[in-house]
Design a protein around this ligand. Structure first.
Ligand SMILES: [Zn+2]
Ligand SMILES: [Zn+2]
Length: 929
């Protein structure tokens, strides 16, 4: 018997089935480094429109976690898809380098600045530490396949960046947004510093809750309630409720709501009657454990403005003030007001000209001037104050409650509100809030709810306290008058001088500058600020610091893409500073992603033990599997992480890889320059699949443009699994393997496979970057050194048919018929009538329409159905009826079809006439499938 194996065109490729990504990906990284991929793209950017995505800087501390990985991979998918779309999309990764976490890590090693080590050396250690951390994170980002200018990142501790932060502050001052205030801020006693909103965490805390009486000294009270006429001889008081007894020494007023009705209640066992909001009486009685207190009189809050009360233990009188912030959801409707220790108290204090004087020092202890409690730590003073009130008869009720209370995010200790001298970017002094709210409307927010969220935050936010009391940070490089607090009249000029020096030698330049040298004879009247600027301000002014140093960047950016926590953080600090400096938003679009959570929806945390390190996934499954997982998730909500998901993703990865491998293996020996079938000679089926690819490509490009990566993922997966895997690739195997090597039926399919491979490799490149590059290197034909040096494959439309009977609608019907036939074959297989489909002969009884359609295939229908014979019959029945029979003919050894003409040719025993033609020439003719 003759061996026909050598006459078959069996698939062959060096592209391995097993991905082995953990080993292969680092090799591809080396290739990218060798060809200087990022620099090459930059060099070719001339004439292309620019797309600018600004990288929000991660903090340079510790190994990257999965959230960092998701963030950078999403950015990379944006950058690469934009590059493929014909944009020049530079990506300059950045790092946030100043601030407390680095100080704390350095303190652990060398002690606090100013104690064992001088501040300058301490800052040098911080700088060195940050550099080490950046290197660790940089390697990890590169390993994920992120393409960017990692050789020249931006760092907020670069001398130029530090200098430009100082300059930015100058512009903000020039535009009249800066003011100095004595204002309560969240203060951590452990940090010895004010905290930003983003650094405050709410936790439950046990506190003493007390009801305290402030007795009246004002004769107007008796008059307004007509006590004399009623013959009542009691004194009169106002009841306040507080959970921070330590703020009582700083009490400057009691606030009432002007529109609330207050009642004077007779406390029978006390020598006084007390004022409580009418609506709060029931709760007040419950607190005191009494019922039906006698009401001696009623009065609107507004009538009591300015009435005086005696402070319960200090020698001063405090007024009743009015404010809408007084609500009736808790307490007595009479609010203890200490302007130095609460924001609303502060506001009402400003209005009434109350003293905003803090009695508490940076260490949390009362200052010397404080009567009775000087030197005492505020939290330790609480019980003593309560004792004092009890002894003097001012305490009505005391209990311990648990409530949500602000804590330091780092120390996890309770914070205090403390008025300190701070510098602020004012929200309203020069219209910053109004301008920002207007700008928010012009930005495209993805998802759309981002607009309302940002609007709410900006509408409600207090002035932005930008001064900090730290060592490792950009100095608040200003001089202010010792008495008036006014900025020096030459502030802008001085700032530029300081900035120039910082640009040369870094922030130490500021600390080494003598005020005398800079200010001359003014020096005696002015003070040099010892504060640093808040780190959110530093990263926020990226839009000012980086683009002007990089010709490839500009203002505004097209896109900022960060986690949804950045509405509070970077998005807001960037927006406010840009508006304050230029009156314009620094970005056109904002895109946010959710946080990574485990299968139960819990945030990743060390204490829960559910943390998945990106490094672990990369070193086992490969960065491409991690990237595919990121693309598969709708990242706008929470991003679920689990072993099962990674396993499923690996399976999908394998499917895409195997599809690519099939394409490459069947392109063995195909030279696109020589072997491409001209489009007018392509078989109908091949035209159809190219048309499908073109249509899917349009969807994919659109999805990339809208950052809908999960849609891209679904489209690619569906195309590989269904349209190719379950249909097209199955049908063409016969032509591929048994057709004449250089005949049109085979070359036509190869032409289609080639175009599909050209598409697919680009579609997956932003997601499966390593695998795409690997496929690229195995594709036939002359090509660029990297898939990332190319753009979307635009050759497809020229291959498409003009409208004819073989359109998509037609093929959808064919696929439907094929599915019906497969069902019938499966039934026959179950019954044992046939084994494989090629053992079957099928008869199709169709109505006239379907008969007309399918007749177009002539004798090629059997190839679509992958049976040895397929015969059409026109029938009066509606729809389609299928019968299956086992073939009685011999099996062709070469193509496995069972045909009457097997062994008909004496020189070619065992094979069919079609096979003889394909071996000997001129090759069978196929037009359709
Ligand atoms: Zn702290
Ligand atoms: Zn054959």
């Amino acid at each position: 018997m003759k061996d026909y194996k050598d006459t078959l065109n069996l698939p062959n490729t060096a592209f391995p089935m097993k991905a082995n990504l953990a080993v292969r990906e680092p090799e591809i990284l080396k290739q990218w480094a060798e060809i200087k991929l990022y620099e090459t793209l930059k060099a070719r950017s001339t004439g292309k429109p620019r797309f600018m995505l600004s990288d929000g800087p991660p903090y340079a501390n510790g190994a990257i976690h999965l959230g960092h990985a998701v963030d950078k991979i999403l950015k990379d998918m944006v950058i690469k898809s934009k590059t493929l779309s014909g944009f020049y999309a530079p990506f300059i990764p950045g790092w946030d380098c100043h601030g407390l976490p680095i100080e704390l890590n350095v303190e652990k090693k060398v002690g606090k600045a100013g104690h064992k080590i001088d501040a300058k050396t301490f800052r040098q250690k911080c700088r060195a530490y940050a550099l080490e951390q950046i290197d660790i994170q940089r390697e990890a980002f590169i390993r994920l396949g992120v393409l960017g200018d990692f050789e020249n990142p931006y760092r907020t501790m670069d001398y130029t960046y530090e200098a430009d932060v100082v300059r930015a502050l100058g512009v903000i001052a020039k535009n009249n947004h800066l003011h100095k205030g004595f204002k309560p801020v969240h203060w951590c006693v452990e940090c010895g510093s004010a905290l930003a909103e983003a650094e405050v965490e709410y936790q439950d805390k046990q506190s003493s809750s007390i009801h305290v009486v402030f007795l009246s000294t004002d004769p107007k009270f008796e008059t307004i309630f007509g006590l004399k006429e009623k013959g009542i001889k009691k004194s009169l008081g106002v009841v306040i409720w507080t959970t921070t007894p330590w703020t009582l020494p700083a009490n400057q007023a009691v606030a009432l709501n002007p529109n609330v009705e207050y009642s004077l209640l007779n406390l029978t066992e006390k020598p006084y009657a007390v004022l409580v909001a009418k609506e709060r009486i029931a709760d007040f009685e419950k607190q005191l454990g009494v019922t039906d207190l006698e009401i001696l009189g009623e009065c609107l809050g507004s009538k009591l403005e300015g009435f005086l009360l005696q402070h319960p233990f200090n020698d001063r009188q405090v007024p009743i003030v009015l404010g809408d912030h007084v609500t009736l959801d808790a307490g007595t409707g009479c609010v203890h007001t200490a302007p130095a220790h609460g924001l609303e108290d502060y506001s009402v204090g400003l209005q009434y000209g109350l003293v905003v004087e803090s009695l508490v020092g940076a260490d949390g202890c009362y200052l010397e001037k404080t009567p009775i409690f000087a030197g005492e730590h505020v939290f330790k003073a609480n019980p003593k104050i309560i004792e004092l009130l009890k002894g003097s008869g001012h305490l009505l009720k005391q209990e311990t409650i648990e409530h949500s209370y602000p804590h330091c995010w780092r120390h996890k200790t309770p914070l205090i509100f403390r008025a300190t001298q701070q510098w602020f970017i004012s929200m309203d002094q020069n219209q910053l809030r109004a301008q920002t709210l207007a700008a928010i409307k012009k930005i495209q927010w993805i998802p759309a709810w981002g607009e309302a969220r940002m609007e709410g935050m900006v509408a409600d936010r207090p002035d932005w306290c930008i001064s900090r009391q730290r060592t490792w940070g950009v100095p608040l490089a200003i001089f202010f008058h010792k008495e008036t607090g006014e900025l020096h009249p030459r502030t802008l000029e001085l700032i530029e001088t300081v900035a120039e020096k910082i640009e040369e030698t870094g922030i130490d330049a500021w600390y080494e500058l003598s005020i005398e040298d800079l200010l001359g004879h003014d020096a005696k009247e002015y003070e040099k600020s010892s504060d640093t600027v808040e780190v959110w301000l530093e990263s926020g002014v990226y839009h000012e610091c980086v683009p002007k140093r990089r010709p490839e960047l500009g203002f505004p950016a097209d896109l900022y893409l960060e986690g949804s926590d950045q509405y509070r953080g970077w998005f807001q600090s960037s927006l406010l500073t840009a508006i304050a400096m230029r009156g314009e938003a620094p970005f056109r679009q904002i895109l946010t992603h959710g946080f990574t959570v485990d299968e139960q929806g819990r945030k990743m945390s060390k204490s829960l033990g559910n943390v998945v390190a990106p490094e672990k996934v990369v070193n086992s499954l490969g960065a491409d599997v991690l990237r595919l997982w990121v693309s598969a998730t709708d990242y706008r909500s929470e991003i679920t992480v689990s072993e099962t998901l990674f396993k499923q993703t690996s399976d999908i990865y394998r499917r895409i890889r195997n599809t690519a491998r099939f394409l490459l293996a069947n392109l063995d020996g195909f030279d696109p320059e020589v072997h491409q079938t001209p489009s007018d000679k392509l078989l109908q089926l091949d035209r159809y699949i190219v048309e499908r690819a073109a249509s899917i490509q349009a969807d994919i490009i659109k999805a990339y443009a809208e950052y809908e990566f999960h849609v891209v993922y679904q489209k690619i997966h569906y195309f590989c699994a269904m349209e190719l895997g379950s249909f097209y690739l199955d049908v063409i195997k016969d032509r591929q393997y048994t057709g004449m090597q250089n005949g049109i039926p085979r070359r036509s399919a190869q032409t289609a496979l080639f175009h599909i491979a050209e598409c697919l490799v680009r579609w997956i490149a932003p997601i499966l970057s390593f695998t795409a590059e690997e496929i690229w290197s195995h594709l036939p034909g002359n090509r660029e050194a990297s898939v990332f040096l190319t753009e979307w494959y635009q050759t497809l439309p020229t291959l498409l048919p003009s409208t004819n009977a073989w359109d998509s609608a037609f093929w959808e019907q064919v696929i439907h018929v094929r599915n019906e036939v497969n069902k019938a074959l499966e039934e026959a297989r179950t019954k044992g009538t046939i084994g494989s489909g090629l053992e079957a002969e099928v008869d199709l009884y169709c109505d006239a329409t379907l008969f007309g359609l399918l007749s177009q295939f002539k004798d090629e229908l059997r190839f679509v159905l992958i049976t040895s014979r397929a015969t059409l019959h026109e029938s009066n029945e509606s729809g389609l009826r299928i019968t299956v029979a086992g073939s009685e003919h011999a099996k062709c050894e070469r193509c496995w079809h069972r045909r009457r003409d097997v062994s008909a040719h004496p020189e070619y025993p065992g094979i069919c006439s079609r096979c003889v033609e394909n071996i000997k020439g001129p090759g069978e003719i196929r037009l359709y499938a």
